[in-house]
Design a protein around this ligand. Structure first.
Ligand SMILES: Nc1ncnc2c1ncn2[C@@H]1O[C@H](COP(=O)(O)OP(=O)(O)O)[C@@H](O)[C@H]1O
Ligand SMILES: O=C(CO)[C@@H](O)[C@H](O)COP(=O)(O)O
Length: 499
């Protein structure tokens, strides 16, 4: 039997997935690492943690693997998007990586609009200037840490840095490059114009390849440390959402994905490079060659739940925390949560807003809070579905993946709030499966990603909306939507009190 490995470099953990030629998940190993949050709005990680934890996971996988490692033919990657890794001329990391959910760069985003102009920015990069994207982070380092910036010889995205450590070769690929705000998304090349206008040296941009391209094999030291074979081919991989789409079969027009990881994403396939959503949602290159996708992002989706667990139920599992949530009525007896713990992206690009619990009552118990957290996260994701529908998309079936797809009640809640059929797959590890699929296609096992999807992806259950619930949620959503407007000014005033 032949195998491939998909490595999903997430925000909370790296997940390593071994899959065989029949598309079966043979092993799954996860190793977590911390977020560094020095100040409100800051979010960083140490790239060396990603590498160490990936090596640990791969070594464990090889130890448990009862076949010949030479039969592992290919490895590929899925990675948290947008994070800035800066390397000097000796390829040493210059500072901790600034992540996608770090919102310190509001001023840099305003500068990008002033210098480039919103219309030009949208026409080239297909995306607005958002704090999470890579270009504003580069400009922040240039302004605040000029000595470090002067030493930079190349910037990298998280999984590209990990792949570099594995192979010794520096590349980026289109699906992740699309999230930098430096890529001409339709033409698939770094934009010299944006670089020149914003004062970023074009030579800082790494060479671009396709997600299924082979970048080489595993370098000797990495192979020795992990037990992997030096002959195993390494393929470029993609952004976690592009890989999530591949691993969920979002490979043709009309297909939609809901992914609840640390962030939450509603993503829809686009065949054309020029569909216009006026910058209300992101427009990125897919991991499938010459295809695209559009998506909206809730910054703190799974993160809202894990924050609640860390603060109020530290020693419990997610299963314990969510047990009995179905016994609480829809609307949690008048309690609404907005998940703006680190600001928000879609539909409110706002780094200042913070979350709220509205309607707390002496009769509320912890379970009411848990239910309202799940409902608030799901309402926030629904806002993107609303934008898609308003722009003429038909959304009747949504594949749900990520940590959030582990819970039955939450899946039913998604069906009721989104008013669409929700499909659960045999593995909720969409990005890892997508990465393994890129390795499988790259290794020549299949002619196309679709052919691979037919073997690798299995739908196991569909959750249909319950009419009565959908109607209640519709009324509740109308109230939820008002919380943003009504708490905007309050949060601006509270800013002075944040650390
Ligand atoms: N059993 C569970 N039930 C519901 N949600 C869960 C469960 N386990 C994890 N989660 C949610 O999934 C999130 C992690 O999802 P994951 O896809 O692993 O994230 P990432 O790729 O960002 O590291 C957690 O923050 C949590 O909110
Ligand atoms: O910023 C985005 C997408 O634009 C996030 O989706 C990141 O890519 C991180 O994802 P997870 O760790 O939540 O999977």
């Amino acid at each position: 039997m032949k195998y491939v490995i998909g490595i999903d470099l997430g925000t909370s953990a790296v997940k390593v997935l071994l899959m065989n030629q029949n598309g079966e998940v043979c092993m799954e190993i996860s190793k977590s690492y911390p977020l560094i949050q020095e100040k409100s709005g800051y979010s960083e990680q140490n790239p060396s943690h990603w590498v160490e934890k990936t090596k640990e996971a791969l070594s464990e996988l090889v130890k448990k693997f009862d076949d010949n490692v030479d039969n592992i033919e290919g490895i590929s990657f899925s990675g948290q998007m947008h994070g800035l890794v800066l390397l000097d001329e000796n390829c040493e990391v210059l500072r901790p990586a600034i992540l996608w959910n770090d919102t310190r760069t509001t001023k840099q985003c305003e500068e990008i609009y002033e210098i480039v102009g919103k219309e030009k920015l949208l026409s080239i990069t297909r995306n607005p200037a958002l704090e999470g994207f890579t270009l504003p982070k580069l400009l922040w380092v240039k302004e605040h840490e000029s000595d470090i910036f002067k030493k930079a010889s190349v910037f990298m995205l998280p999984k590209d840095y990990l792949r570099f450590q594995m192979t010794g070769n520096i590349h980026s690929e289109y699906s992740d490059a699309a999230g930098t705000l430096l890529l001409n998304v339709s033409e698939k090349k770094w934009s010299k114009e944006i670089c020149e206008l914003t004062g970023i040296d074009y030579s800082l941009c790494p060479p671009l390849i396709e997600s299924h391209d082979c970048v080489g094999t595993i370098k000797t030291s990495f192979a020795m440390e992990t037990g992997l074979s030096k002959e195993t081919k390494v393929f470029a991989g993609g952004a976690d959402n592009a890989c999530g789409a591949i691993g969920s079969g979002i490979l043709s027009e009309g297909k939609t994905l809901c992914s609840i990881g640390t962030s939450g994403v509603i993503l829809s396939y686009e065949e054309n490079k020029d569909r216009d959503f006026q910058g209300k949602v992101h427009y990125f290159n897919h991991g499938k060659e010459n295809a695209f996708y559009t998506m909206g992002v809730t910054l703190a989706a799974g993160y809202s739940l894990s924050w609640f667990k860390d603060v109020f139920a530290e020693n419990e599992t997610f299963e314990d925390l969510l047990a009995g949530v179905d016994e609480i009525p829809i609307g949690a007896n008048g309690l609404i949560f907005t998940p703006y713990l680190v600001g928000e992206r879609t539909p409110h690009a706002d780094s200042v807003i913070r979350g709220s619990f509205i309607g707390m009552d002496g009769a509320h118990t912890r379970k009411h809070f848990v239910r309202s957290v799940l409902e608030g996260i799901t309402f926030s994701l629904y806002e993107t579905i609303h934008i898609f529908r308003e722009n003429g998309k038909t959304i009747e079936k949504i594949v749900s993946i990520g940590g959030g797809a582990k819970n039955e009640e939450w899946l039913q809640m998604q069906a009721d709030i989104f008013n669409a059929n929700i499909v659960k797959l045999s593995s909720e590890q969409g990005p890892g499966v997508g990465a393994a699929m890129l390795a499988a296609v790259g290794s020549g096992w299949f002619e196309s990603l679709q052919e691979c999807a037919d073997v690798f992806i299995e739908e196991v259950k569909t959750y249909e909306p319950i009419k009565e619930n959908a109607e209640k949620y519709k009324k509740l959503f109308a109230i939820y939507k008002q919380v943003y407007e009504q708490t905007t000014e309050l949060n601006e005033s509270l800013q002075a009190f944040r650390k």
